[in-house]
Ligand binder design. Structure first.
Ligand code: GLA
Length: 431
């Protein structure tokens, strides 16, 4: 009888433990069914932020209609922190955020927006402020008590503790608060987050930081095509925040950047000073037809269907059709052809709509060609046709393109080197 009781209580304890483990195994906030949209302070302002800027930005998100087309998160990045108190609780800098973060979150909420914050899974943030390592429990409780809706969690000063381990601790602490907080993992792609972060966060950075320049956009883009299948409702690849509106990029380049990020199902986090938005920039980020691609409920990223040194064709499925991006990387305008079978995996007649010209282009069979300006893009939504097979096996031409680029650039030097080495060899060893 006794042993039955013991076994029963052991069973109950084990069952309880399994329940606890189960409860903490996985992110449990129901958020991010489509990629998050909003604004973040870093790309434009770095550490020069204060509560007035954030309040004015909240106002601008509403006044320029950005909130109403989906840009709901207002996120402060690094540099809001002051010190920890004796109990370990973190406080905002009393110089730049004297009203405290809760007041700012309340203000943001009163505007119909959501409020996001930043911390670091290390003992310091990347800008050298206080991090959360070892204080995950108090910080998560603090964020929840402030009414935080989004946490970007960075990876500096991490004591070489494996990423997954550190990011899971914060995940469990956020779960424990019971407040749904979008959890944005920012470990820069260093430990292949796409393989594990789906159970940990709502999005994961896939690369190092985006810089303000065309090369940076191309560099990040090139790192996305092998991991597009990992993005989906609840967990998104994050190729970093948008640089649209921050100067240095032409209008065509900004349209390309915005379209590609949208179609990759990246978080659409604006990073320019939206208090004073240039009209042409507003015209880009408020393209609701491109936003609809990003927010499509199917949540499938585009993938690369063809890539050469001069152009890319990216295609993907939508809940109500297909999307194709004809992207010109060349220094002159070029004509790019979309082949329905090879690029889209579809046969038959397709109706085509241009999402930048906001115009129906009619119905086409087999293929459709367009002239695309230098560094520009044509984004097409296609409906109709019949899918050929479930998963297209697109040829990965990125490696070929990279190799031919290398041969073109350095081939002559490599050849010369071989000839010189060969001559020396003959001279000294074949006497
Ligand atoms: C890292 C992140 C950036 C930004 C800065 C802040 O570099 O990747 O996105 O948050 O830290 O210091």
């Amino acid at each position: 009888m006794m042993s039955l009781k013991v076994s029963l209580s052991m069973f109950m304890t084990l069952f309880g433990l399994i329940c606890i483990i189960n409860e903490t195994n996985g992110l449990d906030n129901g958020l991010g069914r489509t990629p998050p949209m909003g604004w973040n302070s870093w790309n434009r302002f770095n550490c020069t932020i204060d509560e007035n800027l954030i309040k004015q930005t909240a106002d601008a998100l509403v006044d320029y209609g950005l909130r109403d087309i989906g840009y709901k998160y207002l996120n402060i990045d690094d540099c809001w922190m002051g010190e920890r108190d004796e109990q370990g609780y973190i406080h905002a800098s009393n110089i730049t955020f004297p009203g405290g973060i809760k007041a700012l979150a309340d203000y943001t909420h009163s505007k119909g927006l959501l409020f996001g914050i930043y911390s670091d899974a290390g003992y310091r943030t990347c800008a050298g402020r206080i991090g959360s390592l070892g204080f995950e429990d108090v910080d998560a409780i603090t964020y929840a008590s402030w009414g935080i809706d989004y946490l970007k969690y960075d990876n500096c000063y991490n004591e070489s503790i494996p990423e997954r381990q550190r990011y899971e601790i914060m995940r469990d602490m956020l779960n424990a608060t019971k407040r749904p907080i979008f959890y944005s993992i920012c470990e820069w792609g260093v430990s292949q987050p796409f393989l594990w972060a789906n159970e940990v966060g709502n999005s994961w950075r896939t690369t190092g930081d985006i810089h303000l320049g065309w090369e940076s956009i191309l560099d990040i883009l090139q790192q996305q095509h092998k991991i597009t299948q990992y993005a989906g409702p609840g967990g998104w690849n994050d190729p970093d925040m948008l640089q649209v509106g921050n100067g240095n990029l032409t209008i065509d380049e900004q349209k390309s950047h915005f379209s590609l990020w949208a179609a990759l199902k990246a978080p659409l986090l604006l990073g320019f000073d939206i208090r004073y938005p240039p009209t042409d920039v507003l015209g880009i980020v408020n393209n609701t037809e491109i936003i609809a691609i990003n927010q499509d409920p199917l949540g499938k990223s585009v993938n690369i269907a063809q890539s050469t040194k001069r152009m890319d064709v990216w295609t993907g499925e939508l809940s109500d059709g297909y999307v194709a991006l004809l992207f010109n990387k060349a220094e002159t305008s070029i004509t790019i052809n979309l082949n329905f079978t090879a690029h889209l995996n579809v046969q038959g007649e397709l109706s085509i709509r241009d999402l930048w010209e906001h115009e129906d282009k009619g119905a086409y069979n087999d293929s459709y060609s367009r002239e695309v300006p230098k560094h520009g893009i044509v984004v097409l939504k296609l409906t109709g046709g019949t899918k050929i097979k479930e998963y297209p096996d697109f040829i990965d031409q990125y490696s070929d393109a990279a190799l031919s680029e290398f041969v073109i650039k350095y081939g002559v030097f490599v050849l010369l080197l071989i000839v010189i080495v060969f001559q020396y060899y003959i001279r000294y060893f074949c006497k």
